[in-house]
Design a protein around this ligand. Structure first.
Ligand code: HEC
Length: 113
């Protein structure tokens, strides 16, 4: 009887181990849809507009509207530069991984407004 009980316990332990989800290192996967209005606009407004508004836009790049940001993400280098540790945007350094993950997910979801 003791043997059966310990076998049962071992079996349960094995099952619970194999079905347990292993979280990605320090990052929760984003499961909802990411939209410009809800998620992306605040990031751009808080981190980019000091240099990329219509008043003296650096490199001529204006990031004030959905169309402008979408265009730079889709056809320009916005996403690449935001993830380029050697030459980051903003110039002061990479934004946090969770902010950059939101931008990546926005692209995956098809640049929703
Ligand atoms: C402190 C000023 C400053 C901030 C803040 C800043 N940029 Fe820039 N950005 C520049 C300058 C200057 C250049 C041109 C030189 C270069 O490419 O490094 C540039 C160039 C770029 C380029 C490449 C050129 C182009 O026309 O496509 C992209 C894309 C860009 N920035 C996106 C962003 C994004 C996105 C943010 C915010 C997450 C941001 N920048 C924040 C100053 C800034």
């Amino acid at each position: 009887m003791k043997k059966i009980v310990s076998l049962l316990i071992i079996t349960i332990l094995m099952i619970s181990c194999t079905t347990a989800e292993i979280p990605l290192a320090g990052q929760v996967p984003i499961t909802r849809n990411i939209t410009y209005t809800q998620d992306i606009q605040p990031i751009i407004f808080n981190n980019c507009l000091t240099c990329h508004s219509s008043v003296n836009p650096r490199n001529g790049l204006i990031l004030e509207t959905f169309i402008q940001v979408k265009n730079s993400a889709q056809n320009g280098t916005l996403i690449a530069r935001m993830n380029d540790a050697a030459n980051p945007m903003p110039q002061s350094g990479l934004l946090t991984a969770d902010k950059r993950a939101l931008i990546d997910k926005w692209r995956t979801d098809g640049y929703l407004k």
